[in-house]
Design a protein around this ligand. Structure first.
Ligand code: RET
Length: 283
């Protein structure tokens, strides 16, 4: 096998090439990713006035997340199409000669911006009853960054050194559990004393958060989920599955999460006497 060093498994699979279907599905799902972020950007801008002013920072943070994700996912999609080149001899898409290799690193750097933003966002919607705002915020910030940086280092070893890959992944998971613990606390406190509909939305946000954030470690592990051994599976199905998992996770954790926070803020605004429906009527 060609020695690609610490290149990720997508490149090793590219040595034997991708079928038309695997290559195109990957290209399409990566494109869908940034298209959804751009469309959702408009949603978050256009709905900002439907919540009372104190909740609007949450929409602003969604706007920040959409812009940064759209840009980085655009680069990620182009990274795929420029690293794999169609080969008329074999009718497969092969790792190109002299091009950039494929790497998921753009995603990790995007998370460095988006993860703290997504975690702070909920703090502008809920009111903490017992915990201190600044200690939760610092915990979110610290563990968010530590989780991503350790995972970023680990992903370089997914083919060449499974031991290091799993050690860095395990360290990252410790920080992930800390984030889950803090988020559960924030949501439980946020549910106290709010209208039932807002409490219900917060319950949905917790389930959505748990499921969508778990997809990221799933994508990290993908070459091993397909091999059931300590050797990574160099399978194009695993590559496509990773692209799809990341896109589903991105849409759920950034867009749908942001929409549910907007809905929660609308309920809370209403309960506090801010009635958006009546703002436009001439009295
Ligand atoms: C890594 C490394 C392996 C272990 C764990 C990870 C968790 C990643 C998560 C990322 C969330 C990203 C989000 C981005 C939104 O823009 C780093 C893959 C636990 C939870 C929500």
């Amino acid at each position: 096998m060609n020695n690609l060093g610490n290149a990720t498994f997508e490149n090793y699979v590219g040595l034997t090439g991708y079928s038309e279907m695997a290559y195109q599905m990957s290209a399409h799902v990566l494109t869908l990713g940034y298209a959804i972020m751009l469309a959702s950007l408009l949603y978050f801008i256009l709905t900002i006035k439907t919540v009372s002013p104190k909740y609007r920072i949450s929409s602003v943070l969604s706007v920040v997340v959409m812009v940064s994700a759209a840009l980085l996912l655009f680069v990620q999609a182009n990274n795929w199409t420029s690293s794999m080149v169609f080969d008329a001899g074999t009718n497969r898409y092969m790792l190109g000669d002299g091009n950039d290799l494929f790497n998921n690193g753009y995603r990790y750097l995007n998370w460095l911006i988006d993860v703290p933003m997504l975690l702070f966002q909920i703090l502008f919607v809920v009111t903490l009853k017992r915990s201190s705002f600044s200690s939760v915020r610092n915990g979110f910030w610290f563990s968010g960054v530590a989780m991503i940086v350790t995972g970023y280092i680990g992903q370089y070893y997914e083919v060449t050194n499974p031991t290091l890959f799993f050690i860095w992944g395990a360290i990252s998971t410790v920080f992930f559990f800390h984030i889950l613990y803090l988020m559960k606390k924030v949501i439980d406190e946020g549910k106290e004393g709010v209208p039932p509909k807002a409490a219900k939305y917060l319950g949905t946000i917790w389930t959505l958060f748990l499921v969508s954030w778990m997809l990221y470690p799933g994508a990290y592990l993908m070459p091993y989920l397909f091999s059931f051994s300590l050797e990574p599976a160099l399978s194009e199905t695993a590559v496509v599955a990773r692209h799809i998992t990341y896109t589903v996770a991105d849409v759920a954790s950034k867009v749908i999460y942001g929409i549910f926070l907007t809905l929660t803020a609308q309920e809370l605004s209403n309960a506090e006497g801010f009635d958006y429906d009546k703002l436009d009527t001439v009295s």
